[in-house]
Design a protein around this ligand. Structure first.
Ligand code: RB5
Length: 144
């Protein structure tokens, strides 16, 4: 597994926020693999959710951050990929907990739901939390 490497993707609803998150995550010392899309042209979130999830499932990226308008559709697509545990978060508490208790390896954010500063707080909470293991490990294995 590649540590300190994050894949980012979104649909057309989240290009600006994705760019801001990419810059922020890089400033935290992460290597960012931004797999697009690169234009605001209308596109299909399942394509981008699945593509980002594949980068995490392969072990090439430790984490993934994906975005669409609500964060919901792209999360659903990512979670279809074996080994992916992705949650939509609109608050930092949930972002911390999906790492600590669910060992989430992907974070989804709704660009039409949260503002930029809150989104960065959510990203910070996700990236700074550690999986607690123990009883949570048993439950994560049950998901798999
Ligand atoms: C696109 O309009 C929108 O449906 C998409 O970004 C997302 O919110 C779907 O879950």
């Amino acid at each position: 597994m590649s540590s300190k490497r994050i894949v980012l993707s979104s649909d057309h609803a989240a290009l600006a926020l994705r760019a801001r998150i990419a810059e922020h995550v890089q400033s935290l010392g992460w290597e960012v693999e931004d797999i697009g899309p690169t234009t605001n042209e209308s596109t299909h979130y399942p394509i981008h959710g699945a593509a980002a999830a594949a980068r995490v499932a392969s072990g090439d990226c430790q984490f993934g951050i994906i975005l669409c308008g609500t964060g919901q559709g792209i999360m659903m697509a990512a979670n279809k990929v074996k080994g992916i545990r992705c949650g939509v978060c609109s608050d930092p508490f949930s972002a911390r907990m999906i790492r600590q208790h669910n060992d989430a390896n992907m974070l989804s954010i709704g660009a039409r739901v949260v503002g930029e500063d809150l989104a960065l707080d959510i990203v910070n909470a996700f990236l700074s939390a550690e999986f607690e293991g123990g009883r949570h490990q048993t439950r994560v294995e049950m998901i798999e």
